[in-house]
Design a protein around this ligand. Sequence first.
Ligand code: ACO
Length: 362
Amino acid sequence: MKNGLEDVVAAETSLSDVDGAAGRLIIKGKSLDELVGNTTYEDVAALLLNGMFDKPITALPLRAALGQARLAVFSHLAAVDDTLLALPPVDAMRALLARLPDGEDFATAVRLLAAPAVLLPGLLRLRNGHAPLAPNADHTQAQDILAMLTGTPPSAEQVAALDAYLVTISDHGLNASTFAARVIASTQAGLTSSVLAAISALKGPLHGGAPGPVLDMLDDIETPDAARAWIDSALDRGDRLMGFGHRVYRVRDPRADALKKALRPLVATGQVDVEKVALAEAVERAALEILKERKPDRPLDVNVEFYTALLLDVLGFPREAFTGVFAIGRTVGWIAHAREQALEGRLIRPRSLYVGPLPQAA
Ligand code: ACO
């Protein structure tokens, strides 16, 4: 038995491939490098979903459908009460998503792609005592998320950076949340149920819950000079460094570099605190040196969450919302996998090895 199912192949997919030795990610036949910076969220969503429903899916009609679906879902924010506002944003968002109808059709898929993009910014505004801002169906998904978050039109560089993020995290093999989505899909429960299960898996700190703590770490370290001592004492306590290590990658996570690159236009146009970027780079350098010294047998490198923290912070998302933003981007991967499972797979029902006591012989 493989603890944590490490290296176990549990599905065939034509959606994405994670090459952990080479540090390479392929999404539907295209390398991450090819996609990030050259495609929008809608482009990649269409790429992943085309072939999964009873009609061809292309980016422009999908963009229009998403716009209409964002408008339709906005009314759900009227149901937000103090109990929901007291929850972490990703939990409140999941509770609201649970009110959406279930189904396997394209309309259900579009609703699930649009809903988190409206609910998360609305919840964040309500938490700050402001009224949610209505979506604009003419916007792209990235543009609308930022406009609903801040109330001001985002710059072209900000929209491009969020698109780069959403594309980068759109799909990533059989990670824990995607596997959860496929297990639910294999029971034919419906896409909403798959997405709810996937969000529940994503929010853990070992998966999509890491970027908030990455920002906490950077804040705590404060200056590049303090990085080494901070990291050493964290590891002495037995803590893990958030934003480092990966189950599959044994080299640098290619998504980290894609996000680092996505920050550049924001730096060049003065939309980023350059000291924060310098601090992150210093922490990354120190962490890599120290991890190499202290864990020589386990190659540990930076993962997607490290630069996610910096990018989402720069774009104005509060750290408690980072996991929710991850869910906005990954929902398309979950839906594509859930459909692939429903179309081509069987009920997922592995076995366990019983190691408990046996009944006493009479
Ligand atoms: N910091 C310090 N040590 C680490 C880290 C880390 N971030 N990650 C792994 N290790 C060490 C472990 O302590 C262990 O060392 P040991 O053998 O001396 O006990 C060794 O590396 C192997 O650890 P495992 O737990 O077997 O590795 P696994 O493949 O299960 O872990 C994981 C992958 C969960 C991502 C891990 O690297 C981790 O906890 N990272 C921090 C959290 C994080 O950044 N999560 C986001 C991942 S990306 C994503 O899901 C989107």
